[in-house]
Write a protein that binds this ligand. Structure first.
Ligand SMILES: Cc1cc2nc3c(=O)[nH]c(=O)nc-3n(C[C@H](O)[C@H](O)[C@H](O)COP(=O)(O)OP(=O)(O)OC[C@H]3O[C@@H](n4cnc5c(N)ncnc54)[C@H](O)[C@@H]3O)c2cc1C
Length: 385
C-alpha cells in the first residue's frame, strides 16, 4: 500500500471511530426529536477542532489540505452514522464554504471561510424557490442594485441549515427574465439580516438537519457580498455543484452501507421456519445483491473523486456516481426495511430511518432525470464508459 493510501485508510478508521462514539449512538434520538430538526450543533465545533471541516481546503484559508478523496471518506463515514447529520455538514463545507473559497474574491473568502472551517461560523446554500426546483433558470428572487447595496425581495424554500446559518449563499436574479441562467448572481447574506425571515419546515427524513423557508422583504445586502461576477456567479458556481455530486455520492454510499450492515445483523439473528432468515437462499441472494451494488457505487464515487483530484475531466463521472449512488441507496434501504418486516416499521428501528433518509439524494445536486440528460449529452459528444 502506498504512503498516501495508508494515510487515507488511517483517516477513514479515525472518522469511523468518531462516528461510532459520537454519531451512531445518537442517530435515533436526533431523528425522532422533532420533524423540524434540531441540528446537533456540537458537530460543527467538534469537526472544526479536529480539522475535518477543512479537509480539501487550502491551508491559506484555514483548511487542512487533502483532497476530494479525503472529503469523500469523511462524508461516507459520517453518513454511516447519520445521513441527516452528515447532510448539514456537507452543505456547510462542500457547498457554502466551497463556493466562498473557490468563486468569491480573496477578501470575501478570507472573511468567512476560516471561521466556517473552524466550525465557529455556519453556512447554507440557497437556490431552490417555490417555482424553481430542478429548473434553476426559474429563480426569481430579485436583487436590485441600490448604490453600494443590493435590495432583495422574494423567497427561497427547502434550505438546509438556513434556520441557524450565520451566512447564506443566496442565488438571486440581478438581470434578465426567468428561463435563463445568465443574470443569476450569488450573494453571501448574513443570516440575521433585517428584512430576512426564516421559518423551519416539517420533513419526512434527514430529520437531524434543519430546513428553512426564507422570505426577503427589502433586505439590504452590501454589494461587496457578491460571490463571483455579477450576472455570472451562479454559472461560476456550477463547478462547485458538480463537485458536490461526488460528495453526495459518498454520503449515499455511507447510508447504503449502514442499511446493509443493519440488514446483515438482523437476518443473522431473526429466526423463522426453524432457522435464521440468513439461511434462506433468497435472503442470501438479496444480501449478495446489496453488497454488489454498493461495491459498484464505491468504485464509481472514488474514481470520480480521483479524477477530480488529478484535474481530469470528471463531470460525467460525477453525474454517473451521484445517479447510481442515490438510486442504490434507495434500493438498499427499501430491501433493508423489507427484510426487517414489522420490526423495521417501528420508529425505534434504524431500517425505517434509512428508508426515509435516502430519497432526497435522488433530487439533490440536480435531479437524477437531469443527470441522465447530462450523461446522454456527454455520450453524444463521444463519452464512453
Ligand atoms: C431534505 C432536503 C434538503 C434540501 N436542501 C437544499 C439546500 O440546502 N439548498 C437548496 O437550494 N435546495 C435544497 N433542497 C431542495 C432541492 O434543491 C430540490 O428538491 C431540488 O432542486 C428539486 O426540486 P423540487 O424538489 O422542487 O422538485 P421538482 O423540480 O418540482 O421536480 C419534481 C419531480 O420531477 C422530476 N423532474 C424534474 N425535472 C425533470 C425533467 N426535466 N424531466 C423529468 N423529470 C423531471 C424530479 O426529479 C422530481 O421527481 C432540499 C430539499 C430537501 C427535501
Amino acid at each position: 500500500m502506498s504512503e498516501l493510501a495508508a494515510s487515507r485508510e488511517s483517516f477513514r478508521a479515525e472518522v469511523a471511530r468518531f462516528t461510532a462514539v459520537e454519531i451512531t449512538p445518537n442517530a435515533t434520538a436526533w431523528d425522532q426529536t422533532d420533524p423540524d430538526g434540531s441540528y446537533p450543533m456540537q458537530l460543527f465545533t467538534r469537526l472544526g477542532e479536529l480539522g475535518w471541516l477543512g479537509v480539501g481546503f487550502n491551508e491559506s484559508l484555514g483548511g487542512s489540505g487533502g483532497g476530494p478523496v479525503d472529503r469523500c471518506i469523511l462524508f461516507e463515514e459520517l453518513a454511516y452514522g447519520s445521513a441527516g447529520a452528515a447532510l448539514g455538514l456537507y452543505v456547510h463545507t462542500a457547498l457554502a464554504a466551497g463556493a466562498l473559497a473557490n468563486i468569491a474574491d480573496r477578501g470575501l473568502g478570507e472573511r468567512f471561510v476560516p471561521g466556517m472551517l473552524a466550525g465557529t461560523t455556519t453556512g447554507a446554500w440557497a437556490y431552490a424557490e417555490p417555482d424553481s426546483g430542478a429548473d434553476v433558470t426559474q429563480v426569481r428572487l430579485a436583487a436590485r442594485r441600490d448604490g453600494d447595496s443590493f435590495v432583495l425581495n422574494g423567497s427561497k424554500m427547502y434550505i438546509t441549515n438556513a434556520t441557524f446559518a450565520d451566512v447564506i449563499l443566496v442565488v438571486v436574479r440581478t438581470s434578465g427574465e426567468p428561463g435563463k441562467l445568465g443574470g443569476l448572481s450569488v450573494l453571501a447574506v448574513d443570516g440575521n439580516s433585517e428584512g430576512l425571515t426564516r421559518s423551519s419546515m416539517h420533513k419526512l427524513g434527514m430529520r437531524p438537519s434543519e430546513l428553512a423557508e426564507l422570505h426577503f422583504e427589502n433586505c439590504v445586502v452590501p454589494a461587496d457580498r457578491l460571490v463571483g461576477e455579477l450576472d455570472k456567479g451562479f454559472r461560476q458556481c456550477l463547478a462547485v455543484l458538480s463537485q458536490g455530486r461526488v460528495f453526495a455520492g459518498a454520503l449515499a454510499l455511507g447510508l447504503g452501507r449502514a442499511a446493509l450492515d443493519t440488514t446483515i445483523a438482523h437476518v443473522g439473528t431473526r429466526e423463522q421456519f426453524g432457522g435464521p432468515l440468513a439461511a434462506k437462499q433468497v435472503v442470501r441472494a438479496t444480501i449478495a445483491d446489496m453488497t454488489t451494488r454498493l461495491r459498484t457505487v464505491r468504485h464509481l464515487v472514488y474514481s470520480a473523486a480521483e479524477k477530480l483530484e488529478t484535474g481530469e475531466d470528471y463531470d460525467t463521472d460525477a453525474s454517473i456516481a451521484k445517479l447510481v449512488a442515490s438510486e442504490t441507496a434507495t434500493w438498499v434501504s427499501e430491501r433493508c426495511l423489507h427484510l426487517h418486516g414489522a420490526q423495521g416499521f417501528m420508529l425505534e428501528s434504524p431500517a425505517q430511518r434509512f428508508y426515509r433518509d435516502c430519497k432526497i439524494n435522488e433530487w439533490g445536486e440536480g435531479a437524477n432525470e437531469l443527470q441522465r440528460e447530462m450523461i446522454f449529452e456527454a455520450v453524444s459528444r463521444g463519452y464512453r464508459p
